[in-house]
Design a protein around this ligand. Structure first.
Ligand code: PMP
Length: 407
């Protein structure tokens, strides 16, 4: 079992007392807090090994290159990818998805082709495909939800045809918390010859992800949502597609030979990483993964499932609060989106802040989903390994105050 009290002691941020109150941090879908070991690793990088990678034979450069490649190996094992060449460091999920849109997408998607998305996608997994569709004359098709707010697999199968070249789907929704059956989606998409991109921004931090099992073609996630630093993200490209994907940015570090008129590229993954990379970010990500593995992703998932179940029960018991998402907590991450009757979500979030409770309010970068749900915005509470039942009790008590103020 997880000792949350002990875990909280590893996170210095909990010494901060917002408005003199205990910090109740429920904005983990936006970004997560960092344990001491991760903060220390940042210092350690600059104190002991800072240098540019690959370029020089000197002592420090060898150390930083080793650190960077160790990070790649760590990530590979963490998501159970087959080879290190498939792991490309980017800035974040958004850049990883744009990477594939601008490279593979612009090369392989043609006029009349179709791209299948889900209505719950984050803008980061919509706008890049709108760009490709507009440039190439391709069409976007959306898969909608069933009556229980889960992805309708019936609708998905109906949207699939030989015209579909790509299915771009989130693993876990940052609004509804639903976990999509990406393994099954990939199997079906591959039958039609379509490639599959999975947005793993919300899944990788909270559950064991096995890329060999999922078998998707592209996978994206962000370090900052999994206890790591901002500015480091990951793009996975399946081994057999590494030659089919052209470089994204061009310049230093990614070349083999450069002539006056043309150049040849280094083998992957270097061909995909132009310019000086975020070596510090990659190195610190090792510590974040170490921390998550020490606690255990299965334990984290189970812990959040308990918080979700408790939270849903408590919040749904308030008759003036409406929650969005499946009624059950099965195959669902620790995210609860809700609205308080007659109160704007931003006002709810502002009052919660006065109680030391950090939540997000707004459209959560999911405007098509908001429109589909028929609401302009929601309040969102999202959990992580350092949250406990007290945090949920504090949220519920604060919601009662919101009701009192506005009634
Ligand atoms: N996809 C999903 C499902 C997300 O929740 C987020 C972050 N809110 C993103 C993509 C974008 O992540 P980033 O801002 O780190 O690029």
């Amino acid at each position: 079992m997880m000792d949350v009290k002990k875990i909280r002691e590893d996170f210095p941020i909990f010494n901060v007392k917002p408005h003199g109150k205990r910090l109740v941090y429920l904005d983990n879908a936006a970004t997560t807090q960092k344990p001491e070991s991760v903060i220390k690793a940042m210092e350690e990088y600059y104190e002991k090994m800072n240098a540019n990678v690959y370029r020089s034979p000197h002592y420090l450069s060898v150390l930083s290159t080793e650190a960077y490649e160790k990070a790649r190996d760590k990530v590979k094992k963490f998501v159970n990818a087959k080879s290190e060449e498939s792991i490309i460091f980017t800035r974040n999920t958004t850049e990883s998805i744009n990477f594939i849109a601008y490279t593979w997408g612009m090369k392989h998607i043609k006029e009349g082709d179709e791209i299948v998305l889900t209505i719950a996608e984050h803008h980061s997994n919509i706008l890049p495909w709108q760009m490709v569709a507009e440039a190439k004359g391709a069409k976007l098709k959306y898969v909608y939800l069933d009556e229980n707010f889960r992805l309708s697999m019936k609708d998905f199968e109906e949207k699939m045809s030989d015209r579909v070249k790509l299915v771009a789907v989130q693993h876990m929704s940052n609004v509804l918390g639903i976990i999509n059956p990406v393994e099954e989606i990939t199997q079906i998409a591959h039958k039609y010859g379509a490639k599959v991109l999975v947005d793993g921004a919300q899944s990788v931090p909270h559950m064991k992800v096995d890329l060999k099992k999922i078998n998707c073609d592209f996978f994206a996630f962000s370090g900052h949502k999994m206890l790591g630093p901002m500015g480091i993200g990951v793009l996975y490209i399946k081994e057999d597609l590494l030659d089919e994907v052209p470089p994204f940015l061009r310049g230093g570090e990614m070349i083999d030979e450069v002539y006056e008129e043309y150049s040849t590229f280094a083998p992957p993954p270097l061909k995909f990483e132009a310019g000086t990379p975020n070596v510090e970010g990659a190195y610190v990500l090792i510590s974040a993964i170490d921390y998550l593995e020490r606690i255990g992703l299965e334990n984290i998932y189970e812990h959040e499932a308990k918080l979700l179940e408790y939270g849903l029960e408590k919040i749904n018991a308030l008759e003036y609060v409406k929650t969005y998402g499946p009624m059950d907590s099965k195959d669902r991450g620790g995210i609860i989106s809700f609205n308080v009757e007659g109160v704007h979500p931003h006002d709810v979030a502002t009052i919660l802040d006065e109680e030391g409770i950090a939540v997000r309010s707004g459209h959560h970068c999911c405007q098509p989903l908001m429109r589909y749900l028929g609401v302009p915005a929601t309040v969102r509470a999202s959990f992580y390994l350092y949250n406990d039942f007290d945090d949920i009790d504090a949220l519920v008590e604060a919601l009662k105050k919101v009701r009192k103020w506005f009634k």
